[in-house]
Design a protein around this ligand. Structure first.
Ligand SMILES: [Zn+2]
Ligand SMILES: [Zn+2]
Length: 578
């Protein structure tokens, strides 16, 4: 954040603290920094704050600002500081922690003095009166420790102009409206139940319809790109995870073993060792490589309860995983193949802007420096050949090899990490994976791990927010809703539904008791792409009257014409509605 904005926001947190003290003279003050999106201050208060309190506090802040008070810096001895803040227990703790010799400073404006390093604006007149807003109150603990008393954190934001503030608030509103947890509930896409457990997702019929459309497309794209699809179980013997190294290096993310017939088994956190066992079931020749095995593999990883978030951070999820075994000579071309497939899939799903990162050799690593160099060069060459601009994350590679990460940008310009392509020298070594080369000798293949969407759960969450629940036709849970004008057209509508379903179109009939207008509204709210209204005339002529969810009226057309338009749009994975 630029210094000017930081000063403005931090000064407002002081003004807010003064206003809160005016209202609650016994308030205990904790800390009040400027943050990326604004500022906050933590208070210990005698009661919970209400939205009305926030309004009062904001009003009071404006009064204070209008007083044109200067911010005055002062240096104190530890003794003076302790005396000044004798009634503020959190401040006393902070004072005691300041190292000997470091100056203790306060900033004062009007009647309020805070223990603070600054910097601040010179005078409250430098704070634009109409470009800040208090946003919300949330719970926080002193030093983030749950054993400490619960504090109330007031969040606010501030800018230099009202226009900037308004733009920010509009964006906040937009983010709230797109929240996948809100839309997931309203549109009945998925459900998280305490009785199932935290971070474990139930895909409801409508969410599952989106997922199976995605999976179907994913499978056909992989088939065309020369992959085979495989399946593997959800548990495996603990020994396998010892050999793979996961038990030593990844145990914090794994669940406790379970015992079966006297042997320990582990829920899988990754799919790699399974594919390696498939590879090793017999000898492999160089003629078989590259070997591309893809799996929609469900894995389980421990995440702390506090970081779980809707579909974005969960404990059980399905990766669109693949492992590719290549000879060293094939590495370059294969990375290009992977990136091509990746961009095609992301584009089809509606994402055409990316941030690309190349992570290089970390301090702790396996494999020779020469191999690392070769692999890193291969990744670079592929990115350059594809004309992708990228940033280098020095030393951020995994210990077993360099990687490319791709973050996609959604409709609001927010970035989401999805794709990862990782070169691995480690697992082939640990599992003694080999192939017989043209020279008749055994060689070690290079393994590439890659996931394009990442986790289907997370990707679905991003899709919901990106499209605001209005999925492109090929993904839409319900593609066509048939709405009869009167009960007399119900039979015709039923026949239309059967005909559309016969060719794989997700059509359904609304034969409920609501009136036609209400049914259209319901379909609009559910973001059904096509609302087909059928009156006597349409029924007699074998037609349908088509409305789009954008409110556009396509008017009546022969059913056969509607059907072929839909199939063209669905099969082409088009983003368009007509
Ligand atoms: Zn300060
Ligand atoms: Zn893997």
């Amino acid at each position: 954040m630029e210094e000017r904005l930081l000063k403005l926001r931090h000064s407002l947190s002081h003004v807010m603290a003064q206003a809160v003290l005016g209202k609650f003279p016994d308030a205990m003050l904790a800390i009040g920094p400027a943050i990326e999106e604004g500022f906050y201050y933590d208070f210990l208060l005698p009661r919970a704050l209400t939205p009305e309190d926030l309004q009062d506090i904001e009003q009071e802040m404006r009064k204070i600002i209008k007083g044109r008070h200067s911010f005055i810096r002062r240096e104190l001895s530890r003794e003076e500081a302790r005396k000044l803040f004798r009634n503020q227990r959190f401040k006393l703790e902070l004072i005691d922690e300041l190292p000997e010799g470091e100056p203790i400073t306060t900033y004062t404006h009007d009647t309020f003095t805070d223990l603070c390093r600054g910097p601040h604006v010179d005078n409250t007149k430098d704070i634009p009166i109409n470009a800040f807003k208090l946003l919300e109150v949330s719970g926080a603990y002193w030093r983030g420790d749950e054993r400490n008393p619960q504090l109330q954190r007031i969040y606010g934001t501030a800018f230099f102009t009202k226009e900037e503030l308004d733009a920010y608030l509009t964006r906040l509103e937009e983010i709230k409206e797109r929240d996948h947890r809100k839309l997931g509930k309203e549109l009945e896409l998925f459900h998280l139940s305490d009785e199932i457990g935290s971070g474990l997702v139930l895909w409801l019929p409508k969410g599952a319809a989106v997922r199976s459309a995605l999976e179907e497309y994913w499978r056909s794209a992989h088939f065309k790109a020369g992959y085979s699809v495989v399946y593997s179980p959800h548990i495996a013997r603990l020994d396998l995870w010892k050999t793979s190294g996961h038990w030593d290096f990844y145990r914090d993310n794994m669940y406790s073993p379970m015992e079966i017939d006297g042997q320990d088994y582990e829920l899988k956190p990754m799919n790699c060792p399974f594919h390696i066992q498939m590879y090793k079931m017999r000898n492999r020749s160089y003629r078989e490589l590259p070997l591309r095995w893809a799996e929609l593999g469900t894995v389980y990883r421990y995440e702390r309860g506090g970081v779980l978030h809707g579909l974005m951070r969960v404990r059980g999820f399905t990766q669109d995983d693949a492992h590719i075994f290549v000879t060293p000579e094939q590495l370059n071309q294969e990375i290009i193949n992977i990136l091509n497939l990746n961009l095609e899939i992301l584009r089809t799903c509606g994402f055409s802007e990316y941030d690309v990162f190349l992570s290089t050799m970390p301090q702790k690593h396996v494999g020779s420096d020469e191999n690392w160099q070769k692999a890193t060069d291969a990744l670079k060459a592929a990115l350059e050949k594809m004309g992708l601009t990228y940033k280098i994350d020095p030393g951020e590679g995994v210990f077993y090899g360099p990687k490319i990460d791709i973050k996609i940008k959604d409709a609001l310009g927010r970035s989401w990490q999805c794709t990862t392509v990782q070169v691995d020298f480690n697992l082939p070594e640990r599992f003694h994976v080999t192939y017989v080369g043209g020279d008749g000798l055994e060689h070690q293949p290079i393994m590439i791990h890659r996931a394009l969407m990442g986790s289907l759960e997370r990707f679905f969450g991003v899709l919901i927010e990106h499209y605001k629940g209005a999925f492109p036709v090929w993904m839409a849970p319900v593609q066509v809703r048939l709405i009869p004008v009167t009960d007399k057209q119900v039979d015709y509508c039923r026949r239309v539904v059967v005909q559309l379903r016969d060719v794989g179109i997700r059509a359904e009939l609304d034969d409920g008791p609501d009136r036609m207008q209400k049914k259209i509204r319901t379909a609009q709210q559910e973001k059904v792409p096509y609302q087909v209204v059928v009156g006597q005339r349409e029924a007699e002529l074998g037609q349908v009257a088509v409305r789009l969810r954008t409110n556009e009226d396509l008017g009546p057309m022969p059913l056969s014409e509607f059907k072929s338009m839909l199939l063209r749009i669905i099969d082409g994975h088009s983003q368009a509605l007509k």
